[in-house]
Write a protein that binds this ligand. Structure first.
Ligand code: ADP
Length: 874
């Protein structure tokens, strides 16, 4: 019979703690190591590539699998596990092993999941890392997001999952909490999210934490308020469910103070320029479509920020541009001030370079994970605030904010006086606190440093007092420090000498003073380390209490950095101050694509004018061969509008922008492989979204719509969509439409608000030169064969294509590609195979399929229409 393994008390403790954290890998602190046992050890050793060993139980037959990592190197292992989708519970020793009776007490102090990382080196400092929660309550869907490394806490409530989808794709959280029992519809939604947001980890929690009463109470307790009206979200039941669930989760996973999460802000989409997920990707706002790289995105081009806070704010503002003319102009004015003051801009840059990530430093202070280097970095950063303020005032920006800026002088002074510049990252090994900050600590340090000379002092003093010249002080392990006197001198020994040992030649004594000294020295090291740690945590606590003030300062720095960065970009790239108003007009002179122009040699980008309004130039139809620059002109228009509405100067010689409420794009034919949908389906989804949601204040960019289906279907769809956009809600929507269906240019004849443009191409010998210039009027040449030749299609294939084109143009084919006359197609070399064998016309073919007896009169009439249409197209 197998006896259950006999476990050591430590392993019993391990199993007890592990039983409360079944869903996590438990990092069990054992001295200088985090150990993992049993299945955790097996899993972790595989994921981390570390050796799996075993530890003998009391009974050697019951070996326990084990692997461990040094605690000081834990962060990188932790990151690997979290990245691989595991939760990690950190279990620390919570009492001094020396004072422990039996097994040292241990507790899980923190659980780390993808959304709960605060370690600086594991975070991308230019991106917020959000933890999100979702809650479905009756007909409402709630969403809440938190970045615990900065304390930012947001919530939103919508009546459709689509909007939640949009928010999630805009904010790209790392982890989403959902109720463990969700409806089938919600489950389907989660599944879709995991395919479209590949980095997202979905965590299921007890549905109770999302229940309105519980969630509301959690929020009231956290914020210490009587109701949530002050946060503007009292009525948002589903959003409160999500936010309360989120806070509850934080309390469960972080044994830390969460007071830096001091307010919750509605994720306001009412005042922003909405850009849906696909448009955001199509326009490559924060990453490229291919390769998902930052490099090559609008964000990377515009990013001249110098601090992580500024970089995160820039990203946020690119994703959430504004709609309100006044607000936009306030931003633009700040950028303009710095644009016109290059010297101030330069000084600000130097100051900002010396400011660390105040937001994340503050969060670590509040969460109790900041070390002395963090506090030193905080001190250095705060020390730069007065200079920053002075320069901002000199440049005339953020004047109101400057007036109210709290320079946190006393915190800076406290830190400057207390924290050593060269402090180590560890907190228990001393070296944290400066000399002169605390008297007792200074004394202890003196004792440690001067121990030897103090002994010599004492020796000399005793020699003088007793007149025993050869008296000396020694030390042994049995009774510590002693005074040694040779037998010849023992007669001179004074009364206060206490005899301890008699040797052959000498006697050993102690004195009360010597013992007192000994006590001081021997306990000094330990006392010093304890005291330094205590003083440090007390300082950290004092700083944490000022967290709201630090957050405010961080905010000031972020905005200043944002404006300064945009001013630098504007100067460097020759952008102009756009004019923003509430008109219906967009007038861009010599506009450029901000990213593509940087990829080309200077001066090589060909600027183009764009004029859109709702009376004469509402829908611009742009034709031109592939590679002419249609997409570029489309995208640059959207990007210029977006940049202007976020408060940036724009790449143009002048720009007047009547603010738009949404930008829609249907660009390129990128298969959305992750969604496993066909190109055509994706295209039609995006088109449906545009037709359903565009308003007369929107800007629509359409590139090659209808390409994923047969020519006639595609053309008909493109035609109908254009008509709809021209007439939508009686007013129409500003639209730029690039197409290769030349037929559509005829739409301009039907409505004076539709205008044709083409992108100039010059024919030269047998090839073409792209002029990239937008010209009024339509073109009916697609130059497809020339483009194919330029693209490297072999010459004999190009030659054959020309033959076929020639035949088609001579009318030997119908437009659907069917030969008009039966028989082989003519070609230069008659020996080759025919391209098409004979077949009858589509109208005749359709006619042959008809069974007149089976048709109702109405169907017969419709059939007649169909036949006539087919015939006309032949
Ligand atoms: P289309 O959409 O007509 O196929 P694109 O807009 O994709 O063409 O442009 C193809 C390439 O032509 C771009 O990658 C760029 O290198 C170049 N290009 C486009 N527009 C311009 C321009 N205005 N000035 C200079 N080069 C341009």
């Amino acid at each position: 019979m197998n006896n259950p393994p006999k476990l050591t008390p430590m392993l019993q403790q391990y199993l007890e703690i592990k039983s409360q954290h079944q869903d996590a890998i438990l990092f069990y602190r054992l001295g200088d190591f985090y150990e993992m046992f049993f299945e955790d050890a097996v899993t972790a050793s595989k994921v981390l590539g570390i050796t799996l060993t075993s530890r003998s139980g009391k009974d050697d037959k019951n070996k326990v699998p084990l692997c461990g990592i040094p605690y000081h190197a834990a962060a990188s292992y932790l990151a690997k596990l979290v990245k691989a989708g595991f939760r990690v519970a950190i279990c620390e020793q919570v009492e001094d092993p020396k004072e422990a009776k039996g097994v040292v007490k241990r507790e899980v102090v923190r659980i780390i999941t993808p959304g709960l990382i605060t370690e600086d080196h594991l975070l991308d400092d230019k991106t917020n890392r959000y933890l999100a929660a979702f809650c479905h309550h009756k007909t409402k869907y709630g969403l809440s997001l938190i970045d615990i490394s900065t304390g930012e806490f947001l919530l939103a409530e919508h009546d459709s999952l689509e909007k939640i989808y949009d928010d999630l794709h805009r904010m790209t959280p790392s982890e989403l909490l959902v109720a463990d029992s969700s409806s089938a519809e919600d489950e389907k939604f989660f599944k879709e999210l995991t395919t479209t947001l590949s980095e997202l980890c979905i965590t299921r929690r007890d549905e109770n934490i999302f229940r309105l009463e519980n969630a509301r109470q959690t929020m009231l307790d956290h914020f210490q308020v009587a109701n949530l009206a002050g946060f503007g979200c009292d009525e948002m039941t589903a959003a409160i469910g999500a936010a309360g669930g989120l806070i509850q989760y934080l309390h469960e996973t972080q044994k830390a103070d969460l007071s830096h999460i001091e307010r919750i802000v509605p994720l306001d989409t009412a005042g922003i320029l909405m850009i849906d997920d696909s448009s955001r990707r199509n326009l490559e706002l924060t990453q490229t479509i291919i390769g998902a790289k930052r490099e090559g995105s609008l964000l990377a081009t515009l990013d001249f920020t110098r601090t992580p806070m500024g970089a995160r704010l820039l990203k946020r503002n690119i994703l959430l541009p504004l709609r309100d003319v006044n607000e936009i102009n306030i931003r633009l004015d700040s950028v303009a001030q710095l644009y016109h003051a290059p010297a101030a801009n330069e000084s600000l840059r130097e100051i900002l370079d010396q400011i660390y990530d105040l937001e994340r430093l503050n969060s670590r202070v509040v969460l109790g994970s900041a070390n002395a280097r963090d506090l030193h970095a905080l001190a250095l950063s705060l020390a730069r605030l007065p200079a920053l303020k002075e320069q901002a005032i000199a440049a005339g920006i953020m004047t109101e904010h400057c007036k109210n800026l709290d320079e946190l002088t006393e915190i800076k002074e406290l830190l400057e006086q207390s924290i050593r510049d060269d402090a180590p990252i560890t907190l228990r090994e001393g070296g944290l606190i400066k000399d002169g900050y605390h008297q007792e600590l200074d004394e202890l340090k003196t004792i440690l440093r001067d121990g030897k000379s103090l002994i010599l002092d004492l020796e000399n003093r005793e020699r003088e007092k007793t007149g025993i010249a050869k008296l000396k002080i020694g030390f042994n392990k049995v009774f510590g420090y002693y005074l040694e006197v040779s037998h010849a001198q023992t007669a001179n020994v004074p009364d206060y000498f206490i005899r301890k040992q008699t040797l052959v030649n000498a006697e050993r004594f102690i004195t009360p003073e010597l013992k007192e000294f000994e006590n001081k020295v021997s306990g000094a090291q330990e006392k010093r380390l304890d005291l330094e740690y205590q003083l440090f945590t007390e300082i950290r606590r004092q700083v944490a209490a000022q967290s709201p003030r630090i957050i405010q300062a961080a905010n000031f720095v972020a905005w200043l950095d944002f404006f300064r960065g945009l001013a630098e970009a504007a100067r460097k790239f020759h952008y102009v101050h756009p004019v923003i108003n509430n008109s219906e007009e967009i007038a861009i002179k010599e506009g450029r694509h901000p990213v593509i122009e940087q990829a080309l040699p200077p001066g090589k980008f060909v600027p183009n004018d764009i004029h859109l309004d709702q009376t004469s130039d509402e829908v611009l139809i742009i034709t031109g061969p592939n590679m002419a620059g249609k997409s570029t002109v489309l995208r640059q228009t959207a990007l210029i509008v977006l940049m202007a509405q976020m408060g940036s100067f724009v790449p143009a010689s002048s720009a007047e922008i009547g603010v738009v409420d949404r930008i829609f794009t249907r660009v390129g034919a990128m298969d959305d492989l992750r969604k496993a949908q066909s190109t055509f389906m994706v295209e039609m989804n995006e088109t449906a979204n545009i037709l359903n949601n565009a308003t007369s204040k929107s800007l629509v960019i359409l590139d090659e719509i209808g390409r994923g289906t047969s020519t006639f279907d595609g053309l008909s769809i493109a035609w109908a969509v254009t008509e709809e956009l021209t007439n939508k809600d009686g007013k129409g929507v500003k639209t730029i439409f690039a197409t290769h269906y030349h037929e559509i240019t005829e739409l301009a004849l039907t409505c004076e608000r539709i205008k044709n443009y083409n992108i100039g191409v010059r024919e030269w010998n047998d090839t073409i030169i792209f002029l990239h210039k937008l010209l009024p009027g339509a073109t009916n040449r697609s130059y497809g064969i020339q483009v194919a030749a330029l693209a490297g299609v072999p010459p004999h294939v190009v030659k054959r294509a020309k033959e076929i084109l020639h035949n088609i143009e001579k009318g030997e084919f119908t437009k659907t590609g069917m030969p008009r006359i039966a028989g082989p197609i003519k070609r230069d070399q008659p020996s080759q195979l025919t391209l098409f064998s004979g077949s009858e016309s589509p109208a005749l073919k359709r006619l042959a399929e008809i069974h007149p007896d089976r048709l109702s009169p109405l169907e017969a009439l419709n059939m007649l229409y169909e036949l006539k249409a087919l015939h006309e197209m032949e």
